[in-house]
Design a protein around this ligand. Structure first.
Ligand code: GTP
Ligand code: MG
Length: 207
């Protein structure tokens, strides 16, 4: 079935692994705190306020699942990594939740790693790349807030990240993105749809 990006709905905000939806397929969005994950989801779904965004880092504290037309296809907004002001115990709990999700999620068809185009390839980003590579998970880097860079700076950043990926993780892709200007939205949408379709084909082949 075709994933319906234009019919997205909030499904569940999960604070525990036993609340994760069962079965189906999904694409998850990861990235450092305040980088623009929720805004990217809204832009891709063409919805202003579906995913809650904020100037305050650490807005998304649970794992939020959105259904695409039906509950079998989903986008997943992961809590941001590295928000310093959160108490240690809370941070540990988030960490465990995300880890549980990433390590044991059969539904996961692809990972979108959001980086700030002005500060790409930070330590957390590198960890996520290694992790996705280790588990053979398809990964797309969105270099977001590209609207904050001059066109030539944005291109230089994109080429740098692409070159890094090509030398270390040749199957991964990167593109510029802006939630506010809509840059890169159609291309990223195509990738999500392709992943969900591919994963579905693989699933039915395996049955
Ligand atoms: P957490 O859930 O706290 O980890 O944050 P997040 O990664 O979901 O970020 P969010 O989407 O809430 O955006 C954080 C801030 O960045 C907000 O003030 C957004 O308006 C802003 N922002 C997000 N994307 C863009 C973009 O493409 N361009 C610009 N200029 N601002 C953006
Ligand atoms: Mg968020």
């Amino acid at each position: 079935m075709h994933p319906r990006l234009h019919q997205a709905q909030f499904l569940i905000a999960a604070g525990r692994a036993d609340q994760f939806p069962e079965g189906g397929l999904e694409v998850a969005f990861a990235g450092r705190s305040n980088v623009g994950k929720s805004s990217a989801i809204n832009a891709l779904l063409n919805r202003n306020k579906l995913a809650r965004t904020s100037n305050t880092p650490g807005r998304t504290q649970q794992i939020i699942f959105y259904a695409l037309g039906d509950e079998e296809r989903r986008l997943v907004d992961l809590p941001g990594y590295g928000y310093a002001k959160v108490p240690h115990a809370v941070k540990e709990q988030w960490g465990r939740l995300i880890e549980t999700y990433l390590l044991d999620r059969e539904s996961l068809a692809g990972l979108v790693l959001i980086m700030d185009a002005r500060r790409p390839m930070q330590e957390f980003d590198q960890q996520m790349l290694e992790w996705a590579d280790h588990f053979d998970l398809p990964l797309l880097v969105l270099l977001t807030k590209a609207d904050k860079l001059k066109a030539n700076e944005a291109r230089r950043t994109r080429d740098f990240v692409k070159a890094e990926l090509a030398s270390r993780f040749p199957d991964m892709k990167a593109q510029l993105f802006s939630a506010t200007k809509g840059t890169g939205v159609p291309e990223a949408r195509d990738q999500l749809v392709e992943w969900l379709r591919l994963a579905e084909t693989e699933k039915s082949d395996g049955q």
